[in-house]
Design a protein around this ligand. Sequence first.
Ligand code: MRU
Length: 340
Amino acid sequence: MIPSIEWTKDNKVKMIDQTILPHELKFLIIDDYRDVATAIKVMNVRGAPAIGVAAAMAMALATLEYKNLSKEKFLESMTQAANQIRSTRPTASNLFWAIDRIWKIVNSLYDDPTSISELVIEEIKLMAQEDINVNKSIGKHGAELLDDGDVVHTHCNAGSLATVQYGTALAPIRAAIETGKQISVIADETRPRLQGARLTAYECHYDNIPVKVISDNSSGLLMMLGKINKIIVGTDRVTSDAVFNKIGTYMVALAAKDNNIPFYVAAPTSTLSLHETKEDVTIEQRNAEEVSNVLGKVQITPDGVECLNYAFDITPFRLVTGIITEDGVFTPEELLRKYK
Ligand code: MRU
């Protein structure tokens, strides 16, 4: 896959517009941090690592806009920009991790606003490249878990589109295929935004990875029938007791446990938030119309009926077989020992 987000030579943010996939592959070119913030909120760009890089790039645009201000005004304007970017989506750790990383540069050098832009732009380029490198390492470690012929189930999209490139949950599948193993993917549709049906299916198909799409309520039966060998999902945040990922992940994990199927979570260390417990995390609730209307086009509920739209759920560690980071594969207990 082509990069889902990149910094252009003329200092703009170029991103795939994921809201119109799979029907059209179009790019947004953005030169105002406010518009990047909106793109994160409305999910033109989505997936925890891609959100992180987009947020960092938004900060870089803000430094360009404000670099000629006095140092007091610069810091004040950057604080406002950071707050606006922070307020876009509450659950993915990467958003906050990325803003904090850029903020360290802004804060340490604000005596000299003009040189900050250049340093921040260097940093975001590094972050984008690091993202790809980390995903490749996740792929290498995760590929060892996969056997020739495996059918791997994934939920939502934690592929190339959700990162800069290569993906997290799809990385072990890509890497195993690169070493000659025959691996195929079962993607569930992932209501209400259909990231599985639209995006995981799109990028697998684009890269010749065998993929079948199922409705969200099918994976339990397929596990029971022996048609799924392993599960790999991505994550938006890992706390000291649980994994946060797209709504529906918990039910997949429960069915996996009941059917003795390994349930793996691919998590770059930028997604770890091990000083927190599950009670500390805000689960994003999105507009109810995402549930009552399929992709904003067809209303499927009676007028006047309330809908709930929690965007993420919580999978307790007891249901997780292993967490794949760029450093290796760890049980939840090992993960805590290594990183906490
Ligand atoms: O709401 P989204 O599409 O941003 O949610 C994405 C997911 O839940 C992914 O599984 C997660 O961000 C990991 S992406 C590598």
